[in-house]
Design a protein around this ligand. Structure first.
Ligand code: GDP
Ligand code: MG
Length: 536
């Protein structure tokens, strides 16, 4: 205890990593305890925490989950002992990057417990177009004890200003968009296959939300871990991978309880979202009418409210970026009290709004270019078809365009007609019930369309055979009085005889969005419906 207390009294000037006195105190405590001993030293020079670990490792205290401001470090450096002359290890690097410490330094001890050398690592900015996996830290190999140390304060200042410069130039949310998908299931027959299917769907949803999926992880367990969902060890490995791949967000396939979400976020310091939040984020991007926006924000708040921690730190985790995006240009309002007030206001506005549907009808009449909406399940190929039809596959990358409207394209037909083709959110399997009103709201444009293309993934047996479900959904979404063509997509992936059989159904076409020639029939079918009036 005495040795530890002495450590707390040490002061370390900013121009050096550590002082001989602090190193000596740490070494003494290590020798007496036979364990690693560490100090978290604040830039002000005081020792904020002293920790005693095991012979081979050390656990840092919860030093606050609040992420350090963008481009800044935590103003704390870890100085600790290594008993067996071993270099810095993965745990050290994880703490360094995860907690954005100023530095992690290890004092390597001789068998007699005297400082022998020091090795240290610090965070460095990754170059703009670094390949995934590029390390975000620099390691300095052990330097014999007693050699001059670099000027710590100057080094950190230079690094921070470099980080700030890069943060400023980084396109907005580019990093927020990097996500890892996680599915955890219970071991039972068919679980592996089901997990694959669900992962595919989740991936498609993520893409729809504009998320860059960097990796996906499936874990089958005897039992879902009530606290961490994944096993604790697995969660650690996910975290290490996430740091390596510069991932900002974990997206879980299963819905998380508020406690699970905050436990995992606290442990990893990453943004944690579940499937419902991802879906809500898609809706938020797609809602267009006032009514739709209200519906979406209402659903978001209802889901988010119980997930707001008492402390303010949930604020940083939820504002902005995926999952924190409100409809339109707004940010999802956060903060318990404000959220509750906003909820009440929204509910009232929605009631008033119900009468104002005429706004929509007016819009439709003022624009006489026919609108064709593509509907169908996620992953059916809606976006691919839209791109193929308009041959405008580049627009998605163009931020300027993206803010206008990514989902509607003008298409000039060979015979001179112009139509607008628009993509929809798409049907989502296992849609959380609470989201239906918001989901419905995103179909307003489709409801006003002149023609629906109901896209079916012909290679997906489930989708092909569950026509009744689709019909029911179309009724519930009020889409049943819009003329419709059923289009089986992905013909390239099915047996030609099946393709032929499907094509026999009335009002049905079979295409492959990847094969431009096959789209001819579709364009012809559209054209025959919107033949221009023969001018006199
Ligand atoms: P959406 O969710 O309905 O918008 O589906 P996407 O357009 O994102 O397509 C989902 C996946 O199906 C993508 O990987 C596409 O490349 C793929 N895809 C789309 N159309 C076809 C097709 O005609 N044939 C094949 N083999 N794959 C396709
Ligand atoms: Mg799509």
């Amino acid at each position: 205890m005495k040795a530890l207390e002495r450590i707390y009294r040490r002061r370390v000037p900013l121009d050096t990593i550590t002082t001989p006195e602090l190193a000596r105190s740490l070494a003494d405590a290590s020798r007496e305890s036979g364990r690693q001993v560490g100090a978290l030293v604040h830039r002000s020079g005081v020792v904020d925490y002293v920790m005693v670990g095991s012979p081979s490792g050390i656990m840092l205290p919860e030093i606050g989950r609040l992420r350090a401001a963008k481009g800044r470090f935590r103003a704390l450096r870890l100085i600790h002992t290594h008993l067996f002359n071993e270099p810095l290890n993965q745990d050290d690097f994880t703490d360094l990057t995860r907690l954005r410490l100023d530095m992690v330094a290890a004092i390597l001890l001789t068998p007699e417990g005297e400082p022998r050398a020091m090795t240290w690592a610090y965070n460095i900015p990754k170059p703009e177009n670094a390949v995934p996996g590029t390390r975000g830290y620099e390691v300095v190999d052990p330097v014999p004890w007693g050699r001059p140390q670099p000027n710590f304060g100057e080094l950190i200042e230079a690094l921070e200003s470099e980080f700030t410069r890069i943060e400023k130039n980084r396109p907005l949310d580019a990093k927020d968009g990097r996500a890892m998908l996680i599915h955890v299931g219970e071991k039972r027959p068919g679980a592996a296959r089901l997990a694959q299917v669900r992962m595919k769907e989740l991936g498609a949803l993520a893409v729809t939300a504009g998320v860059q999926v960097v990796d996906s992880v499936i874990q089958l367990r005897d039992q879902i871990d009530p606290k961490y969902v994944l096993g604790k060890g697995k969660l650690e490995s996910v975290l290490i991978k996430a740091i390596d791949l510069d991932v900002e967000t974990l997206i879980f396939d299963q819905n998380l309880t508020p406690t699970q979400a905050s436990t995992i976020a606290g442990r990893t310091d990453l943004r944690v979202l579940d499937r419902t939040q991802l879906i809500l984020d898609i809706f938020a991007q797609r809602a267009e009418s006032k009514d739709g926006k209200l519906q979406v924000e209402l659903a978001q708040l209802k889901y988010t409210l119980p997930r707001l921690g008492q402390k303010d730190d949930s604020l940083s985790r939820l504002t902005g970026g995926i999952g924190g995006r409100g409809p339109g240009e707004t940010k999802l309002e956060i903060g318990r009290r404000r959220a509750r007030e906003r909820l009440e206001r929204l509910e009232k506005q929605l009631k008033d709004q119900a009468k104002q549907r005429a706004e929509r009808r007016r819009r439709r009449q003022s624009d006489d270019v026919p609108v064709i909406a593509i509907i169908g399940y996620t992953n059916a190929g809606k976006s691919t078809l839209l791109n193929a039809l308009t041959n405008a596959g580049v627009v998605a990358e163009n931020k300027l365009f993206a803010t206008l409207d990514t989902r509607s394209r003008r298409l000039s037909l060979p015979q001179g007609n112009t139509v607008i083709v628009s993509d929809t959110v798409g049907f989502i399997r296992d849609m959380p019930k609470d989201l239906f009103a918001a989901f419905r709201a995103t179909f307003e444009e489709a409801r006003d369309a002149n023609l629906l293309l109901e896209l079916v993934d012909a290679s997906d047996e489930e989708e092909r055979t569950h026509k009744q479900e689709t019909e029911k959904l179309i009724r519930e979404l009020d889409l049943d009085d819009v003329p419709k063509i059923r289009v089986y997509n992905k013909a390239d992936r099915i047996d030609p005889s099946l393709a032929e059989a499907l094509g026999q159904e009335p009002n049905t076409l079979v295409v492959s969005a990847l094969d431009h020639n096959s789209l001819r029939v579709l364009i012809d079918a559209i054209e025959s419906r919107f033949r221009p009036p023969v001018s006199a």
